[in-house]
Design a protein around this ligand. Sequence first.
Ligand code: EPU
Length: 418
Amino acid sequence: MDKILIKGGKPLNGNVKVSGAKNAALPIIAACLLTGGSHQLQNVPLLRDIDTIKRIMSKLGVTFRDEKGTLEVNSDDLQGHEAPYDLVKTMRASILLLGPLLARYGSAKISLPGGCAIGARPINLHLKSLASMGVDIYLDHGYVNASVGQLKGADIFFDVATVTGTENIMMAAVTARGKTVLKNTAKEPEIRDLADMLRSMGADIEGDGTDTIIIRGVEDLRPARHTIIPDRIEAGTFMIAAAMTGGHVTVEGCRPEHQEALMEKLEAAGANIKVKEDSVLVRGPDTIESVDLKTMPFPGFPTDLQAQFMALMCIAKGWSMIRETVFENRFIHVSELRRMGADIEINGNQALVRGKDRLFSAPVMATDLRASASLVLAGLVAEGGRTEVQRIYHLDRGYEALEKKFKNLGANIWREKE
Ligand code: EPU
């Protein structure tokens, strides 16, 4: 198992290039199940979660070929329809295989993902929506067993705007008989990227990016060529790191229109931000001001940047109230940040952060991807020796070469085997 070591105190300077978005690549790779032929995907990030979905899909008979930055996905010869527990337990997003398998095969057996470090995270809305499209579902020995003769279009209202739920049903609906109308859908950029991929495959979809998506089922799909959007959470992590270290960083290859909520908060915290077409320059302030924050579905402030922004607030002047409204239990970074000297008080879904002059190095670990990222950020400013971030496999799930990118920006950071 690897760990990351950081000697804090260096402002970050220079340019960093953002990788493709994990949470767009996962559903898009799953969408390749919908029809045979060779799909060509570009800007797929090199991450553990991507390896996991490839491993599960390989078991289903899908082949992958990585050539010069293009991932070729071929699902001509599907041989199975089961996603087993040992792989699904490492990545909840495996549930994204349910919709496309039902559309292609008429049946699927997927391990129930269960709880995770950031909350209970049910999939009831995925299952309820599929049931209204005619799918028979029963839960047995920890598995979702689903089957259907022909998926049929339906009017579906999501009680809660769910990202992977919306994506799953979009994929189920593209070849369903008739029209599917999805209401109160998630509006995240990753949804639009999936819709773009599906349209390249011949799907008839409109309304993605709004809260109502209309899909008219088509008879046939074709393989597609698609470039994954840049990862707005990775970009945001570097932007926060620049502000936190008092650095001067240009985040390249991002979509500034995906970062608006974060940019607004960073400016309120005193950072200077310059936006170009596909890059954002962040100059950290001399004094970081406290800012209150509430996580919200897109275009609100993303829950996936809450932990990183909290790390910033730990060294701000004054008090900051951070409210997590998307996941009930997403404060696991707090106890580790406290070990580095942070003063944070939790009350239900609210965290009151009392900014301190400095954080101190410590051995830390987290059981969630974004929580681990916040510990790396804290390590970049920590005083008094080396911060050791353990259980780095969480970071490797969602950040491509994070420590190398930070090193290129001047951080004193490296990886070691434990
Ligand atoms: N929810 C339900 N029932 C459902 C589905 C969701 O009640 O059937 C609730 C959840 O419990 C949560 C809320 O709806 O309170 C929103 O959850 P959502 O379903 O949108 O989350 P997700 O689709 O499981 C995706 C990302 C997460 C990201 C969230 C929120 C992927 C693969 N994962 O999860 O990313 O935090 O949306 O934006 O797209 C990460 O990358 O670190 C990560 C956790």
